[in-house]
Ligand binder design. Structure first.
Ligand code: DGJ
Length: 538
């Protein structure tokens, strides 16, 4: 980890264990990302902070745009940044700023006018040779342009602006530490082709691949996707990009360029203020590069990013696809801490918040456009969220009272949760993966039934946190829980006590002692926090 706010702690288990710290205390970002334009004024943000409070979020992800930060070259405007920080402090929340510099969704929407109007100085990427703008056939003829990752002038200007931003944040916020991390660029990369096709890019592509990079790739094939691994293994040990990386050459070449560019922007920023830095990915869904932004930190290119971008602490997936759990799994490879800066606000979102904390010990989770959580979906939302009839939860907006309950409960358990990060004492299961229905803690275990006919809710989740050999806190919803013993000499289990309750100022407060019918079947159809004590015998 490079960011000084990261603490890495390896306890006995194999689960990822990097946590972010705020004022020296481990911290989980139970966050929300605002719609792109809402942090362009503090006025627009007023009601949004209130909604975030209502949902019991502790952090907001807010775009800061190059065009508004440096409207004229060399003239910087920090009033908006200061205003957003002041609002966060008033609400006792934290901020992750998203630097919308050269890239925003693989385009250059947010570059200032003085950059956009000077393509001779700030090159445009040539998706096709000689063309600064193209219509992308595979995107219904969408007009497309973006800045080139090969242009040193752009890199210098982008880095300078980002460094000024970080310097300013340090000046106004180092003591209070309201801003806890920064995302560098947004869903970077190139659409329409796997790499740029300018004469300059062609020339680089024909050159010898740096030997240290070839060696790294050949040494790190274990974590690679099958096709990338095959291309690396079958390629020559030295030579041009095509000779060394075969069928994956164009994508690896372009990723090398984009990751190298962003690393230098991050490095310039860290020199001013060493906050943890992330880069987010528009996922690949198995398509060819160019259908997703080629060069971005997709899982298939994580090895390239880890090599080329040592100043980036976290590669973060924006997850709108249905195989959420699979994506989470992939983004924990190579010791990458799990941080989800964007995800849909349909009814899977609350259980996913609990799951990523309990199962992956995630450092953060943020539904995108959370301002609209609970509202009926627009046509754009439905398209983005992949709403279809195969899964009814996709078309139902998240219940905001329930999201708020989870937010409150998890926040109230922050120190307990983070103290178990990196250990086997914190686990979770989710109904999206009904085959993973067991949590085992030494002598005891829980079998969790979800997504079965006698449990009507399909948004099941269960998190278990061990506090003693036979004692646990459980967050449960849409599930039935059956404790068992793993000890063959004491195979029987009784429940000694079961309480419903909550944490008040960090102290457990029992609201109801459960027994009789409520213990005979531990079945939950609303979010519930429990404390359970077990006993095993022969
Ligand atoms: C991913 C981007 O990173 C966000 O800024 C936003 O554009 C969403 N997609 C979709 O609205």
């Amino acid at each position: 980890m490079n960011g000084e706010q990261f603490r890495t702690e390896q306890k006995e288990s194999t689960v990822g264990s990097a946590v972010i710290t705020v004022n020296s205390k481990p911290y989980i970002m139970m966050a929300g990302e605002v719609h792109n334009s809402n942090s362009s004024s503090t006025e627009a943000m007023e009601p949004i902070w209130q909604k975030a409070k209502k949902l019991n979020m502790n952090t907001l992800l807010l775009p800061v745009t190059w065009e508004m930060l440096e409207p004229e070259e060399g003239q910087f405007e920090f009033r908006l940044v200061d205003g957003l920080i002041a609002q966060a402090r008033e609400c006792e929340m934290h901020i992750v700023f998203l630097w919308f510099g050269a890239w925003k969704n693989a385009q250059c929407y947010y570059a200032p006018a003085w950059v956009k109007c000077n393509p001779e100085r700030f090159w445009r990427a040539e998706v096709q040779k000689g063309k600064k703008k193209v219509n992308l056939e595979k995107f219904h003829g969408m007009p497309y342009t973006t800045l080139s990752s090969h242009c040193e002038e752009t890199l210098q200007a982008d880095s300078r602006a980002f460094a000024m931003l970080m310097k300013h944040i340090k000046e106004v916020d180092e003591k209070e530490h309201t801003v806890i991390a920064v995302q560098v660029e947004n869903e970077p990369g190139l659409q329409g082709a796997a790499r740029e096709h300018s004469d300059y890019a062609d020339e680089l592509f024909g050159k010898e691949v740096p030997s240290a990079f070839v060696a790294y790739m050949r040494e790190n094939t274990a974590t690679m996707r099958k096709d990338v691994k095959a291309a690396v293994e079958q390629g020559q040990e030295s030579g041009s990009w095509e000779e060394v990386f075969g069928t994956a050459a164009e994508e690896i070449f372009h990723t090398y360029s984009v990751a190298g560019y962003i690393d230098r922007v991050a490095e310039a920023g860290k020199k001013e203020y060493n906050l943890p830095m992330t880069v987010n990915a528009w996922l690949d869904k198995g398509q060819e590069p160019g259908m997703f932004p080629s060069g971005g930190p997709v899982a298939r290119m994580m090895e390239v990013w880890k090599y080329r971008a040592p100043h980036i602490d976290v590669l973060a997936p924006d997850i709108y696809v249905q195989n959420f759990c699979e994506v989470c799994e992939e983004y924990t490879k190579m010791g990458n801490p799990l941080f989800i800066p964007e995800t849909a606000v349909h009814s899977h979102v609350a259980p996913r918040l609990v799951y990523v904390i309990g199962h992956h010990h995630a450092i953060g989770f943020a539904p995108f456009g959370f301002e609209d959580m609970g509202q009926p979906f627009s046509a754009t939302d439905s398209y983005l969220f992949g709403v279809d009839t195969s899964d009814p939860l996709l078309s139902v907006p998240q219940d905001i009272e329930e999201y708020a309950w989870y937010g409150h409960t998890l926040n109230s358990m922050m120190s307990l949760l983070t103290s178990r990060y990196g250990t086997g004492e914190l686990q979770a299961v989710i109904s999206e993966q009904p085959e993973q229905d067991m949590m085992i803690f030494g002598q005891y275990g829980f079998k969790i039934l979800m997504a079965v006919p006698f449990i009507p809710r399909k948004d099941g989740v269960c998190l278990a946190l061990q506090i003693a050999e036979n004692e646990f806190y459980l967050i449960a919803n849409g599930c039935m829980i059956a404790p068992f013993s793993t000890n063959p000499e004491k195979p029987h289990v009784d429940i000694l006590s079961l309480e419903e309750g909550e944490f008040r100022d960090g102290v457990w407060h029992m609201t109801r002692r459960l027994n009789g019918d409520e213990v005979a079947s531990m079945r939950y159809d609303k979010p519930t926090l429990l404390k359970i004590k077990l006993f095993s015998y022969q």
